[in-house]
Design a protein around this ligand. Structure first.
Ligand code: SF4
Length: 345
């Protein structure tokens, strides 16, 4: 069995290739990943096979979307010198482990996963009555266990998936001997981030601000953003705590601006246009350096692909070590054994 000599705890996290990322992806995960890089040994994976669990009918955009996600990661500060950055399907061992884990995962465990039930009920436009969709938490377990991750940073809705991964690891270890550590979910502090219509920022609502939006687009989106509905006229006092623009200020503005927003909004001393301008200033300040970093890769796309290939090499190596342990534990190693047994002549 392979014992890691690296003393830092190992982290695995992934994102589906949904195309260009938005501020919700940034505050919900990416910002946290960037900060984790120094404290943990990180594996970050664009989980393109997961995209197929719901979007299997049209795969034409999966590859390009995977690259876009990787570009946004690099732009936001994921550093290939510190972290292993790769695309899931480039490490086919994930499929092998998924298969083996699917053999031992009881159906009832998967049918009880809350997101499975929710999505079956809510997404009517796609047929999610597939084997792949039911089994995607097993694929997720394979992604995590492949790297023997200690820690998995997740939002609250993903905690049951990490719990399921722990159960699958335990069941495997019970059957075949200790191979997998049980990973721990690390709850990502994820502040409420409204989209331009006040609902949660989400691609499916069409209310996003992208990390790649140029300054004029950011300012225009802010201009049309909904505000405190009680503030109808300029002379009406408002409340930043019920205003989506106020939520943006709480996340992205500095203390002095936030004080001006609270005082000015509550006393009707400022107008919403002015207030939105300050929020746009804060966003532009955050996004500008990312967009500058991204430019380098957009001008030379091969650079990002090289980074992904180098990450794939490292990931494959780690995956191969785990798969050796798995096959050996299951009595299915690839090594020749004479019919008389391991020590037979
Ligand atoms: S002043 Fe700012 S916080 Fe207050 S309602 Fe207008 S946009 Fe919202």
């Amino acid at each position: 069995m392979t014992i890691s000599t690296n003393l830092r705890k190992r982290v695995l996290s992934g994102m589906r290739p949904t195309g260009k990322l938005h501020l919700g992806n940034y505050v919900g995960a990416l910002d946290n990943w960037v900060r984790m890089q120094d404290a943990y040994e990180c594996f970050f994976c664009v989980v393109d096979w997961h995209a197929l669990t719901t979007d299997y009918a049209d795969t034409s955009q999966v590859k390009q979307n995977s690259v876009e996600v990787a570009l946004d990661w690099l732009a936001a500060g994921l550093d290939p010198e510190k972290s292993v950055i790769f695309i899931q399907s480039h490490v086919p061992a994930h499929a092998e482990l998924h298969l083996l884990l699917s053999m031992i995962t009881p159906l009832g465990w998967l049918e009880r996963v809350p997101t499975y039930k929710e999505q079956r009920e809510n997404i009517k436009e796609k047929d999610l009555g597939t084997y792949g969709f039911l089994g995607y938490p097993v694929l997720q377990a394979a992604d995590i266990l492949m790297y023997k991750a200690d820690v998995v940073p997740v939002g609250e809705d993903q905690v049951p998936h990490v719990e399921l991964t722990r159960e699958i690891a335990r069941r495997f270890n019970n059957f075949y001997g200790e191979v997998f550590p049980e990973p721990t979910a690390l709850l990502t502090p994820s502040p409420k981030l409204p989209g331009t219509d006040g609902r949660k920022m989400s691609k499916s609502y069409g209310n996003t601000i992208l990390l790649t939006d140029p300054e004029p687009v950011v300012r225009q989106k802010l201009k049309t953003m909904v505000t405190d509905p009680a503030r109808v006229r300029r002379s009406d006092p408002g409340n930043p705590d019920v205003c989506p623009v106020g939520d943006l200020h709480k996340i992205f503005s500095d203390r002095a601006t936030l004080d001006k927003v609270y005082a000015g909004c509550r006393s009707a001393g400022i107008g919403c246009i002015e207030c939105k301008g300050w929020a746009a200033d804060a966003l532009v300040k955050l996004l500008h350096p990312m967009q500058e970093r991204r430019k380098k890769f957009e001008e030379n796309p091969r650079l990002a692909w090289d980074i992904l290939e180098a990450g794939t090499e490292k990931a494959r190596k780690a995956a191969a070590e785990t798969m050796n342990d798995v096959r050996e534990a299951m009595g299915m190693s690839l090594a020749y054994e004479s019919p008389a047994g391991k020590d037979g002549k």
